[in-house]
Ligand binder design. Structure first.
Ligand SMILES: [Zn+2]
Length: 149
């Protein structure tokens, strides 16, 4: 079988089979046989990776709403926590959102700091470092202005 270079190139780039079929107007069988000739592994089960990066996946599945919150429209686990599947890895959407917003890895557990459950706005998520800073700020406020409770 003669290998079509355009199919081979897309396969090597990790393009999902369905997209190659649409783009080049070829049958799935043609793509499959090309992959076999090239000795490439069969595609994994489950939805294809349609995102170029984790950031792309996050932005494609989150939508800004009033109050600066972000609603997740992608998959969730059984408890409702937003989940992101990227390149066969299951990622925490909170960790991705936090990293994109703060430019660093979160420390410890991440919690939602606003009043919207499962908000995925990076700036609304708090890690250990931010919670401790907030506690210090609260304590400083109380020592300056006195307690309000
Ligand atoms: Zn929020």
């Amino acid at each position: 079988m003669k290998v079509r270079q355009d199919i081979a190139e897309l396969l090597r780039a990790g393009t999902p089979q369905s997209r190659i079929c649409r783009q080049l107007h070829v049958a799935p069988r043609t793509v499959q046989r090309t992959r076999e000739v090239l000795g490439m592994p069969a595609p994994r089960c489950g939805p294809p990776d349609t995102y170029a990066s984790v950031e792309d996946a996050y932005r494609s599945n989150s939508h800004p709403i009033d109050g600066g919150h972000m609603r997740w429209t992608g998959p969730a686990d059984t408890t409702g926590h937003p989940r992101l599947n990227f390149r066969q890895r299951r990622l925490s959407v909170r960790q991705v959102a936090f990293r994109l917003h703060h430019g660093r890895e979160p420390q410890g557990r991440l919690s939602v700091g606003c009043d919207m459950p499962h908000c995925v706005a990076g700036g609304h998520l708090e890690d250990q470092q931010i919670r401790e800073a907030n506690r210090r700020a609260d304590a400083a406020f109380t020592s300056i202005f006195g307690g309000v409770s």
